[in-house]
Design a protein around this ligand. Structure first.
Ligand SMILES: *Cc1c(COP(=O)(O)O)cnc(C)c1O
Length: 227
C-alpha cells in the first residue's frame, strides 16, 4: 500500500512539474468507497491524508471506526438534502453540491453544528443525463446564491467528464471547468473563493492536472477494481 501511494503521489508531482506547476498545489483524495475500514486504515498508515466517500451510511460506519485517525474526509457522491446533517458532521469538504436546495440544507445543518461548511459546486460540463451537477449556464447563479449563505463557503468547482479509454478525450471538459472557474473568480462574489478544481480520476488525472486540477480523486489505482 505504501508503495502504491508513493507511486501515485510521484505521478501527481511529475504531472504538476511537467506543466510548470507547484506539486504542492495538487492534493490526492484517496477514494475509499466500497473499501472496508481495515483497508482504509492501512491506506491512512501508508500516508493517505484525505479520504473520498460517496455514500453517507457507508461513510458513517468507517468514520466511526476510524474517528481518531489523522485524516480528512471529503464527500464526493450525490447528496440528498435530507442527509445534509450527517454530511456536515463528517466532511471537511463536500465536492458535489448541485442545487440551491442542497446548499440551503447544508447551511442550516452547519449553523446547528456551529460550523462553516466548505463546498464545491459540481458542474455537469458534458450535459450527460446520467451525471449529476448543475449546468454550466446555471452555475453562476447557484454560486452567487450559495455564496450569500452564512454557513457555507464555496471553495471551487468539481466535474466528472464522460468515461473514455483515452484520457486526452477528457481534456476539453477539464479545460471548460477551469475556464468557468476563472470567469466566476473574476466576478469577486461574496462568500466565494475559486481556489479548488476537483477533477481527474484513475484514468485521466494527469491530464486534469495539466488543466489545473487542485484535487484529484483516485480510487481504482490505489485499492484495485471495485466489485
Ligand atoms: C468512484 C469515484 C472516483 C474514483 O474513480 P476511480 O476511477 O476509481 O479512480 C472519483 N470521483 C467520483 C465522484 C467517484 O464516484
Amino acid at each position: 500500500m505504501k508503495k502504491i501511494l508513493e507511486d501515485i503521489n510521484r505521478r501527481i508531482a511529475d504531472a504538476a512539474t511537467g506543466c510548470g506547476r507547484d506539486p504542492k498545489s495538487v492534493r490526492l483524495v484517496t477514494v475509499s468507497k466500497t473499501v472496508d475500514a481495515q483497508r482504509v486504515a492501512k491506506a491512512i498508515d501508508a500516508g493517505a491524508t484525505i479520504l473520498g466517500e460517496n455514500y453517507i451510511q457507508e461513510a458513517r460506519d468507517k468514520f466511526n471506526a476510524l474517528v481518531d485517525r489523522p485524516v480528512k474526509w471529503h464527500f464526493i457522491g450525490h447528496l440528498q438534502s435530507n442527509k445534509a446533517k450527517y454530511a456536515v458532521r463528517m466532511f471537511d469538504l463536500i465536492h458535489s453540491v448541485d442545487s440551491l436546495k442542497l446548499a440551503i440544507a447544508l447551511d442550516k445543518a452547519a449553523q446547528k453544528n456551529g460550523k462553516c461548511q466548505d463546498i464545491l459546486i459540481q458542474v455537469n460540463i458534458s450535459g450527460e443525463e446520467s451525471k449529476s451537477g448543475t449546468t454550466e449556464d446555471d452555475a453562476m447563479h447557484l454560486i452567487e446564491a450559495a455564496g450569500r449563505l452564512e454557513h457555507v463557503r464555496v471553495r471551487g468547482l468539481m466535474t466528472m467528464p464522460p468515461y473514455y479509454d483515452e484520457p486526452e478525450l477528457a481534456r476539453p471538459y477539464f479545460r471548460r471547468l477551469a475556464a468557468l472557474g476563472q470567469r466566476i473568480a473574476g466576478q469577486h462574489l461574496p462568500g466565494v473563493a475559486m481556489e479548488e478544481l476537483s477533477m481527474g480520476m484513475t484514468g485521466d488525472f494527469e491530464v486534469a492536472i495539466e488543466e489545473g486540477a487542485t484535487l484529484v480523486r483516485i480510487g481504482t489505482a490505489i485499492f484495485g477494481p471495485r466489485q
